[in-house]
Write a protein that binds this ligand. Structure first.
Ligand SMILES: O=C(CO)COP(=O)(O)O
Length: 246
């Protein structure tokens, strides 16, 4: 089975107003040339309307979270159907910041991923260990347990992002070998869950990815792209990462 196309997924987190988001998209459109990687922007939901149309052709957009519910009395929630209506094709679920600051469990993350798929959104399911777990040498078992819980009842139209918490926003990048160790273990778990199609599913790495380290990380056999926070905010860095993946 062929290696999936590399995905460069940008997670803006809680940055940029809708006005700033549009200006960023226009700036990108002025400089971007399509590379080997697929590019997708995970923007705050409020910035999604019109964003796809402003971005260069072929660049996808997605949400950063989604409700596990279909619709109704869930104040403050954004549904999968609403994300689809503003052209989202992806949605991040189970980011470590949501797990940590909003108490999200694997059970909830799986429910969100299933709801996303019910509306033809591809969930980007995030997993990864904290520093204490890594120091105990339990990062593989921990991350795989989280993965299995977060994929309960979830279909194969899924992207998995391995984001070790100690590497997020810290400037401490996992080595390419660390990323591959987990990506290979995740691939094996995906094979057990989905069979042969696992070879064509994308496993991303996230945590302090930048223009100067993205190529070596994404060259690993089981790493099929990156989920990028800080370096996703500046157009120049995104062009740099896109060019590094040619
Ligand atoms: O959390 C991340 C992407 O979802 C990674 O963030 P940084 O790239 O800022 O480390």
């Amino acid at each position: 089975m062929t290696r999936p196309r590399t995905l460069l997924a940008l997670n803006w987190k809680m940055n940029k107003t809708p006005t700033e988001a549009k200006a960023w998209a226009r700036d990108l459109a002025g400089e971007f040339t399509r590379g080997a990687a697929e590019l997708a922007v995970m923007a705050p939901a409020i910035s999604l309307p019109g964003l796809k149309e402003t971005l260069p052709g072929g660049v996808d957009v997605g949400g950063q979270d989604v409700s596990p519910h279909e619709s109704g009395a869930y104040t403050g929630e954004i549904s999968a159907g609403m994300l689809r209506d503003v052209n989202a094709t992806y949605v991040v679920v189970g980011h470590s910041e949501r797990r940590e600051y909003h108490g999200e469990t694997d059970v909830l993350v799986a429910a969100k991923a299933r709801q996303a798929q019910a509306h033809n959104l591809t969930p980007i399911v995030c997993v990864g260990e904290g520093l204490d777990v890594r120091e105990r040498g339990e990062h593989v078992t921990h991350t795989l347990a989280q993965l299995r819980g977060s994929l309960e009842g979830v279909g194969e139209n899924v992207v998995v992002a391995y984001e070790p918490v100690w590497a997020i926003g810290t400037g401490k990048t996992a080595t390419a070998e660390d990323a591959e160790e987990l990506a290979a273990a995740i691939r094996e778990a995906l094979r057990e869950l989905y069979g042969e199609v696992a070879e064509s599913l994308r496993v991303l790495y996230g945590g302090s990815v930048k223009p100067d380290n993205i190529a070596s990380i994404c060259a690993q056999p089981n790493v099929n792209g990156a989920l990028v926070g800080g370096a996703s905010l500046k157009v120049a860095d995104v062009i740099g990462m896109n060019d590094a993946l040619r």
